[in-house]
Design a binder for this molecule. Structure first.
Ligand SMILES: C[S@@+](CC[C@H](N)C(=O)[O-])C[C@H]1O[C@@H](n2cnc3c(N)ncnc32)[C@H](O)[C@@H]1O
Length: 223
């Protein structure tokens, strides 16, 4: 029989899958499997649908978030990954989810109505000054980014300069092929990591294979 084992705050391992404790019991977000143990409901976190889950499967051992954390998440899309982070930060936490697509935002807003710790922001993440008013008065504990754009590192740095405090953590998902169509993926990812080095300590670069092809997650700490 499967056991529930804690991997990090709010994130569990259940029979080889990773999972978070469902904050909105009985509700699935993207068709994920639900599991019940000791009167608690868990949502299995699919690494084929979420790069943060893929990074955890491939060895990422700390997200540095927990109950009450405040997160800025760039590339919210429909909220698949954010929904699990929402389970981790629980009622006292806040996640600001930015996305440029009005179509994705419509679905994300529906999720925000069910999960009161989510704040939807329809905006271009490459212009972080434009959403300052929503974040004013909040200190951000962690920055997550998953936007498939050519200038992924620049977008991440622009946001970190405004919103991320010193010693806070960043998680940058990189899609090599959005940056360059021909060079080897490893070379592209290393070049992107280099762009962060003046402002971040690079803690780990995690390859997301086999869940995502030619993707990596850069786990870093603000200097
Ligand atoms: C791969 S999807 C994100 C999936 C999501 N992170 C998840 O795991 O559930 C990439 C998202 O980035 C958004 N995006 C692309 N360019 C953007 C930009 N400049 N600003 C904000 N969002 C952007 C797209 O609209 C898309 O929803």
């Amino acid at each position: 029989m499967s056991q529930v084992r804690q991997l990090m705050e709010g994130i569990y391992s259940i029979g080889g899958s990773i999972a978070t404790q469902n904050m909105v019991e009985g509700k699935q977000v993207y068709g994920e499997q639900l599991a019940h143990f000791d009167g608690k409901e868990y949502r299995l976190w699919n690494p084929n649908r979420s790069k943060v889950a893929a990074a955890i499967k491939n060895g990422l051992r700390e997200l540095h978030i927990g109950k009450g954390s405040r997160i800025l998440y760039l590339g919210a899309a429909e909220g698949t990954t954010i929904s699990h982070l929402s389970d981790v930060v629980r009622e006292k936490g806040t996640i600001f989810g930015v996305d440029i697509s009005a179509r994705s935002m419509r679905k994300f807003i529906y999720l925000c109505e069910q999960r009161k710790n989510l704040v939807p922001i329809l905006a271009d993440a490459s212009q972080p000054n434009l959403y300052k008013e929503y974040l004013s008065g909040f200190t951000i504990d962690a920055l997550f980014q998953d936007v498939s754009q050519k200038n992924q590192a620049e977008i991440f740095l622009k946001n970190a300069r405004i919103y991320l405090k010193r010693d806070a953590y960043g998680f940058l998902s990189l899609k090599a092929r959005s940056i360059n169509a021909t060079d080897p993926a490893e070379k592209i990812i290393n070049a992107e990591a280099k762009k962060l080095e003046n402002e971040f300590e690079i803690l780990e670069i995690i390859n997301l294979h086999p869940y995502e092809k030619e993707h990596a997650m850069i786990y870093c700490k603000k200097k």
